[in-house]
Design a protein around this ligand. Structure first.
Ligand code: SF4
Length: 580
């Protein structure tokens, strides 16, 4: 008997309505384990270069890991992947919450969609039923209304819903796939792919326990998390993310005004401590997680409801400091709007920040914006722009393309102000001050994502289905995987799994036309920080080149081009993919 997975992948052709199962077998699961490798496998096998990301021939892949759905803090993660419509390359994003665990509890490890439904549909899954159902009544509805309606229709308030909001229907290129109303596979535009397939939602309800090889060890680790909460997870437990924003300001590397500045004197008005003081209703958690780091805010005066969560650090940075907005009420409202429309907060904030810088420099004027003054720090304009982007109205239609594509459409030398890696707007962690990001962004398979995982630790957690925030050390992470699966993997074998994943993603990116010249940081990060301990340590293009080449060599890729060598492909068992 297999442990940790069911050996069941659901395949759904939305064009024909055909539904079937695949059983790749234990050796395949052990070789690829979860998210990234699975996604890359299906993309390399089934999505040739000529396939437009928004065409029926793209695949939309949902994969849980072997640990997803076991009763352990952090084990509620799943991955979503496709060829990205935002970047044109490898698309992957992870989400927490309950939906991924529920999918495992129905008895599936993953779902792969292809084709395009003639009319809007949703997929209903429980232990007896797999069915595409009409979603015409849900199309155009915001996420909260869709979840409530599906729960009502199925007569069960514990139905877990993963969906696209209206932004995904409108194919905003950075729309997300959102589950449980405030958990998002946010990066690389997976929502636009889902919307392009006329797939509104996947509603799941299951009660099966994921089989575990060593449940006692899983229980022991879960108890350790609860017992050592204050020692290991104090800040997450009490504030979620965003408690350290004043620290970033003091050190001079807070993302401010499209990364032009690293400080914002008023940051304490909008950080996690301010949220806790003024608007926090409660902290909440993902499946089986005692850390409970998720904020739920309520602002009655603005009809902000706790079911949409509350702004976390990436959001506070992207639509807050990076657009110069220090109005916490406006940010709570904007956070809700992002979640009900279903748009990625990082790309939204970064694209608006790019537009604001263009306005600051006179590149964009009121003639372009329909009379809107895109001034830094205007929370009302921020909220207006979010609504316009989701609806693709006015200037929002241009901004819905993401910062890089928008700049290329606009011209006027505006591309130099886009802060992106391979078309993905960079997450809110400055590589000029954070070594870990300097060595991640330029070579990360998806581009400027801090959780995408060029590094082993991040990548392995995404792959096995465990949250990045849990203070598990590397041996414990491996222990958890082995307790779930019974594989008895050694650290070296898990390291090969990581290498297999990044190398397969590399092959797919190369197929899509990306190469050595794309592995770089944007010009903004070669400007010096202005204040603090990193101000006199400029990050040069030569330094980034060195980092990139070292990564290539460490992965067994050609030092000059980043092409995986034949020897590496043979060792990882990937030779067939290179020619797929
Ligand atoms: S630490 Fe936070 S984000 Fe991670 S699983 Fe727990 S509640 Fe979810």
């Amino acid at each position: 008997m297999a442990y940790g997975f069911w050996d069941r992948i659901l395949r759904v052709d939305l064009t024909s309505g055909k539904i079937w199962e695949e059983h790749p077998g234990e050796a395949f699961f052990r070789s690829h384990v979860g998210g990234r490798s699975f996604i890359a496998h299906y993309l390399l096998k089934e999505v040739p270069v000529e396939v437009d990301p928004l065409s029926p021939d793209n695949r939309l892949i949902f994969m849980a890991g072997p640990v997803t759905g076991v009763p352990l803090p952090g084990a509620g993660r799943h991955s979503v992947g496709a060829r990205s419509p935002l970047t044109g390359g490898f698309g992957e994003s992870e989400a927490g919450g309950f939906w991924g665990a529920e999918l495992k509890h129905v008895g599936y490890d993953g779902i792969i969609f292809q084709g395009r439904a003639e009319r809007p549909v949703y997929l209903w899954l429980d232990e007896q039923t797999v069915e595409l159902r009409d979603a015409s009544h849900l199309w155009g509805q915001r996420t909260g209304e869709v979840e409530a309606k599906l729960r009502e229709d199925h007569g069960d308030r514990l139905v877990r819903v993963c969906q696209v909001g209206p932004a995904g229907e409108n194919q905003v290129l950075y729309s997300c796939v959102i589950n449980d109303l405030n958990e998002v596979a946010g990066r690389t535009g997976m929502g636009a792919v889902m919307g392009s397939k006329n797939l509104k939602a996947i509603a799941v309800r299951g009660k099966k326990n994921v089989p575990m090889a060593d449940p006692a060890r899983i229980r022991e680790v879960a108890m350790w998390v609860a017992r050592t909460m204050d020692e290991n997870h104090y800040n997450f437990h009490h504030y979620g993310t965003g408690a350290a924003m004043v620290g970033k300001h003091l050190e001079g590397h807070l993302p401010v005004r499209n990364w032009q500045e690293g400080t914002m004197e008023t940051v304490s008005l909008i950080d996690a401590k301010a949220i806790k003081e003024h608007y926090l209703e409660k902290m909440d958690g993902c499946y089986a997680c005692s850390v409970r780091c998720k904020k739920r805010v309520r602002v009655e005066a603005m009809s902000v409801e706790p079911k949409y969560g509350g702004p976390e650090y990436e959001t506070l940075g992207a639509i807050g400091t990076n657009t110069g907005v220090d109005d916490l009420l406006a940010l709570c409202k904007a956070n809700q709007a992002l979640n009900w429309w279903g748009i990625d907060s990082v790309s939204t904030g970064a694209t608006i920040a790019w537009a604001m810088e263009c306005y600051q420099r006179g590149i964009l004027t009121k003639q372009d914006t329909g009379g809107l003054a895109l001034e830094w720090g205007d929370g009302q304009i921020l909220n207006q722009l979010i609504d316009m982007i989701a609806r693709r109205e006015g200037i929002g239609d241009l901004l819905a393309e993401g910062a890089l594509k928008a700049a290329r459409k606009l011209g006027r030398d505006s591309e130099q102000y886009v802060v992106h890696v391979r078309g993905l707007e960079v997450a809110m962690h400055d590589p000029r001050a954070m070594e870990h990001m300097k060595t991640n962004y330029p070579v990360n398979p998806t581009g400027g994502d801090h959780t995408g995982g060029a590094h082993a630790r991040t990548s392995i957690r995404n792959t096995i289905g465990v949250c990045q925030f849990l203070a598990y050390d590397e041996p414990t992470t491996l222990d958890i995987l082995n307790a779930a699966t019974g594989w008895g993997m050694a650290p070296e074998e898990l390291d090969e799994v990581f290498r297999r994943g990044v190398t397969m993603a590399r092959l797919f990116n190369m197929r899509c036309g990306f190469g050595r010249d794309d592995d770089r940081l944007p010009a903004r990060f070669h400007e010096p920080l202005k204040h603090g301990p990193f101000a006199d340590k400029p990050l040069t293009p030569e330094e980034v080149s060195r980092v990139v080449e070292e990564y290539y060599v460490a992965q067994g890729w050609d030092r000059a081009t980043g092409t995986p060598t034949g020897e590496t492909l043979e060792r990882l068992g990937l030779a067939a993919y290179a020619t797929a």
